[in-house]
Design a protein around this ligand. Structure first.
Ligand code: ATP
Length: 246
């Protein structure tokens, strides 16, 4: 195991934002925009999953990809280039595991397994809580840095508890600053794991699906409230294709 390259130049890092995006919402969009401020990444790559490992998507990969394109449209990286959508998982016929995607992205960028990559994978607290069940855990930890979104509600206390658990497993250790950790994979280099608050709104795809299932196209106060968490182009797409009971 080699030592981590602390401090990290976050302005050289590509942040990979994976998700099922069923449907993508404004919380996802705000989380991405927040990453440019804190930790200040160079670019974001959106990675929608085709066949997610730990969830079952209610809509097709094709529909989710189209909604993802609409949801993240117009966001630019600090370089001025638009945020890219990586379609590899949509095309993959088998279950999507982050470890496979990270290995592929590293390979394409010519980064050997013994080197720290200027790559970070973004996860919400909900994923941090399930980290142990991830394919390739704990070795997946060495393939990228990790940005944990302190997602509302109760993002901070939930993150703290999950991090204490990972510390007790000796797969991370504190880097001496609140919310900053060093990963301890069994093989490969150590990387950084940091907790960030992006200021993204408290909304989830589950909540949106549930509201559509209950109210369909009928407008009442709750339904219109939930719809205000969707980009207009996403809402028009899902209605036109009668997704989620609309
Ligand atoms: P579901 O409710 O179906 O579990 P979700 O809203 O969590 O879906 P995902 O597609 O699983 O959406 O999210 C992709 C990533 O974005 C995950 O790491 C998730 O934790 C994070 N995320 C989702 N919503 C928010 C939000 N409102 N604020 C911050 N992060 C979020």
């Amino acid at each position: 195991m080699t030592s981590a390259p602390f401090p990290i130049r976050w302005d050289e890092v590509t942040a990979v934002f994976g998700g099922t995006f069923d449907p993508p919402h404004l919380g996802h969009r705000e989380a991405v925009m927040g990453l440019f401020k804190h930790p200040g990444v160079r670019e974001v790559l959106i990675l929608p999953s085709g066949k997610p490992a730990q969830k079952s998507a209610q809509t097709s990969a094709k529909d989710r990809l189209e909604m993802v394109k609409r949801n993240f449209a117009g966001i630019v990286n600090p370089s001025g280039r638009p945020v890219q959508i990586d379609e590899r998982e949509i095309r993959r016929p088998t279950t999507a595991f982050t470890i496979d995607a990270l290995r592929e992205i590293r390979g394409e960028r010519g980064i050997g397994n013994d080197r720290v990559a200027p790559l970070a994978f973004v996860i919400g607290v909900d994923q941090l809580e399930k980290f142990e069940s991830w394919q390739g855990f704990p070795d997946v930890l060495g393939l990228a840095h990790w940005i944990v979104l302190e997602r509302a509600p109760k993002g901070q206390p939930r993150a703290k508890k999950a991090l204490q658990h990972l510390e007790s497993l000796s797969v991370i250790r504190s880097a001496g600053r609140e919310g900053h950790y060093q990963t301890l994979p069994r093989s490969g280099p150590t990387t950084a794991l940091i907790c960030v608050s992006t200021g993204a709104r408290n909304v989830s795809s589950t909540e949106i699906r549930r509201t559509f299932a209950l109210h369909g196209n009928e407008m009442n106060e709750n339904a219109s409230d939930i719809r205000s968490n969707l980009a207009a182009d996403v809402e028009s797409y899902l209605k036109a294709h009668h997704l989620y009971g609309t």
